[in-house]
Ligand binder design. Structure first.
Ligand SMILES: Cc1cc2nc3c(=O)[nH]c(=O)nc-3n(C[C@H](O)[C@H](O)[C@H](O)COP(=O)(O)OP(=O)(O)OC[C@H]3O[C@@H](n4cnc5c(N)ncnc54)[C@H](O)[C@@H]3O)c2cc1C
Length: 380
């Protein structure tokens, strides 16, 4: 297949798609809402798995560049209780299959591997429609339009391309993160830096509706994810426009926890940022629509489980490979969707996840106690 591909969204899914298409000599144009590559910081660390994300990196021909981004030692993991007692600890011996990289650096790697001008910044899609001749038209918020034979929605959770294929919309899952950062933690917050350790830390409290996760990012920056299971109304009553008030309100939910851990809330160097988790219905799929499909969160948004970015990249790589392998675009899209729907409906089961994180050495009692928290702790 050699027709140009129009991709909406320059996240990890859309960029991997564009890069693997380029590897196969297929031109692509990517339209991205953000005004420039530097418009916003791109979030924290991602662990890129050997069974999905890394397969995409290989298909993109960027394994050497990827290895250069890996932050050594960050696959270490600690599990604490709310008093700071270490319940479980695993060091990073370099053999794990989930190396950690900074999301912004991974995105930069993909951008740098595309021909100049591939990404059209400052193009926020407002909608897409099918024209009578089978092609699709995308409208941008400033009134510009683009017409294409092959349209891929890689525009994330609130995709404007998705309505072309399905009426499904994301729903709140009941849980949110409040994100925080502690900079220069080894010198400014040594007790908290020690509690987090060299990689990821999970701290669970007496009830399952509140937890603290943290990552050691590049240098000694600690990235906190304060998880609360509360209705959206509860969060709406917290004044996030007033960082001090919001910090105090969130910290109250952790009364009685050790200050080493609550410092991830109270001592944040950045204003707390609320990130409610939304998801599409599990196992959601659609009937084939000629000349259009979705990748990544646009297709199968799920609550953070450590897989989303990995799946988005694998979707992008496999779609590009299918398009390269078939003269018939519809055959390529059908083959891609079949594999993508199956994969999205069957996330790795918890025991496989525990095995890959802990190398099979986690005691059963801890596995039961922490349920699905290990996947969440990989988030960032
Ligand atoms: C707090 C948090 C932590 C996470 N941690 C992890 C983790 O550790 N590991 C992991 O694998 N996954 C993680 N995830 C999930 C992961 O971030 C997503 O699944 C992944 O980013 C999806 O990639 P994507 O390319 O499909 O979408 P996105 O990354 O959302 O990219 C979409 C792109 O489209 C652009 N866009 C959006 N709307 C429009 C529009 N209308 N027009 C044009 N462009 C548009 C956006 O600006 C963006 O550049 C986490 C998610 C959250 C919220």
């Amino acid at each position: 297949m050699r027709i140009p591909v129009t991709i909406i969204g320059a996240g990890l899914g859309g960029l991997t798609l564009a890069r693997v298409l380029h590897v196969h000599g297929i031109p692509a144009a990517v339209y991205e809402a953000e005004p420039s590559p530097m418009a916003r910081t791109q979030g924290g660390m991602l662990d890129i798995h050997d069974y999905n994300g890394q397969l995409a990196v290989e298909a993109a021909g960027l394994m050497a560049e990827f290895r250069g981004l890996v932050l050594e030692g960050r696959q270490a993991m600690r599990i604490l209780d709310q008093g700071g007692t270490v319940l479980f600890e695993k060091s990073d011996d370099g053999t794990g299959g989930r190396p950690e990289v900074q999301r912004g650096e991974l995105r930069r790697m993909l951008l740098d591997a595309l021909p100049a001008g591939t990404v059209h910044w400052g193009h926020k899609a407002s909608g897409a429609r099918t024209l009578g001749d089978g092609r699709h038209e995308v409208t941008f918020t400033d009134g510009r339009t683009v017409v294409t034979d092959l349209l891929i929605g890689a525009d994330g959770a609130w995709s404007r391309v998705r309505p072309l294929l399905t009426g499904a919309t994301p729903e709140y899952t009941g849980t949110a993160y409040v994100e925080t950062y502690l900079f220069d933690a080894d010198t400014r917050h040594p007790a908290t830096a020690k509690a987090v350790g060299g990689g990821s830390m999970i701290a669970n409290g007496p009830t399952p509706d509140a937890a603290i996760f943290a990552h050691r990012e590049r240098g000694d920056t600690l990235h906190g994810y304060i998880e609360l299971t509360r209705p959206l109304d509860w969060f709406a009553a917290v004044d996030f426009a007033d960082p001090a008030a919001a910090t105090a309100r969130i910290a109250r939910e952790f009364d009685g926890w050790t200050p080493e851990l609550t410092a991830l809330i109270t001592d944040s160097d950045t204003a707390p940022v609320l990130r409610p988790h939304h998801a599409l219905p599990a196992g959601h799929r659609w009937e084939r629509v000629p000349g259009a499909t979705l990748v990544g969160d646009a297709a199968h948004l799920a609550a953070p489980n450590g897989e989303g970015a990995n799946l988005a990249m694998l979707d992008g790589a496999e779609l590009a490979q299918a398009l390269a392998a078939h003269e018939d675009v519809e055959a390529a899209l059908a083959e891609y969707e079949q594999a993508m729907f199956t994969r999205a409906a069957n996330p790795p089961d918890e025991s496989a996840l525990l095995e890959s994180v802990f190398g099979g050495s986690i005691p059963q009692s801890l596995a039961a106690l922490f349920g699905d928290r290990t996947g969440t702790a990989q988030n960032g």
